[in-house]
Design a protein around this ligand. Structure first.
Ligand SMILES: Cc1cc2nc3c(=O)[nH]c(=O)nc-3n(C[C@H](O)[C@H](O)[C@H](O)COP(=O)(O)O)c2cc1C
Length: 229
């Protein structure tokens, strides 16, 4: 039994949670384990804001309202801009193909077909309720740091998701929140020099929900590796 491999293999993006609470001790334990991530010259660029209860509900309501207002008036979309580009402005192969496959496989599982705008809206909106998780976390970084610090951040976030598995918990990393940075950053009390990296849903997976049966494929190492000798 290889516990590291098992922990890595068992991590997946969970998109439906039970209301079972998560203790502050557990959250701190996961965050402290996450902080064992390496970072260039040990700069440790991470900062976390944990939302629960009324604060979580209040924030979710504000962002859901904004999301709904954009659906009603698409002109408003340009008012909500992320702090950094996660995705390319122009998609290309093979990434666009993987992205499409991922999206349509998930929607297919949920019975959502092309053109079913209301159902798509409702499914995407669940992002802004942390998929029902009792804990929502926002991670920020100092904007003045270099691109390398985002590498460090990725390692920290993977640690977070794997460490959560060690506590019997599940996660969903969420870039969907990033567009709503102008609502989120003041709400959490972030300072001017902070940028939103992503959100993270944390809780116990609802095993009854079909969405959590979704498993994503991977390109194998044989395909993405070049051997030179
Ligand atoms: C930084 C980051 C942001 C993501 N943002 C979202 C998101 O906003 N909503 C969502 O449902 N999934 C999000 N995902 C999950 C990806 O879709 C998922 O990791 C990918 O499809 C692979 O599936 P797996 O996590 O189950 O292995 C995000 C993943 C990462 C790493």
């Amino acid at each position: 039994m290889n516990s590291v491999a098992d922990a890595i293999q068992s991590r997946m993006s969970v998109r439906a949670f039970t209301k079972e609470p998560v203790s502050k001790e557990q959250i701190l334990k996961i965050l402290n384990l996450s902080a064992r991530a390496p970072s260039g010259t040990n700069t440790q660029p991470w900062k976390a804001y944990v939302l629960e209860g009324a604060k979580l509900e209040g924030l979710c309501k504000q962002v859901c309202d904004a999301y709904d207002s954009i659906a009603a008036n698409p002109e408003l979309e340009k008012e909500y801009q992320p702090g950094y580009d996660y995705y390319p402005s122009k998609w290309f192969s093979p990434y666009i193909d993987r992205r499409r496959e991922n999206g349509w496989s998930l929607y297919g599982l949920l019975g959502i077909t092309k053109g079913d705008k209301d159902k798509m809206h409702a499914q995407h909106r669940k992002n802004f309720q942390f998929f029902g998780a009792p804990v929502g976390i926002f991670f920020t970084i100092d904007k003045e740091l270099g691109r390398g610090s985002m590498l460090d951040y990725g390692m920290f976030l993977q640690n977070f998701m794997v460490a959560a598995k060690g506590e019997g918990l599940d996660t969903c990393p969420q870039a969907a929140w990033n567009a709503y940075t102008k609502i989120i950053l003041p709400f959490i009390g972030a300072q001017d020099h902070e940028m939103l990296v992503c959100g993270m849903a944390l809780g116990y997976a609802d095993k009854q929900e079909i969405v959590n049966t979704f498993r994503t494929p991977r390109v194998t190492a044989e395909e993405f590796t070049t051997w030179l000798a």
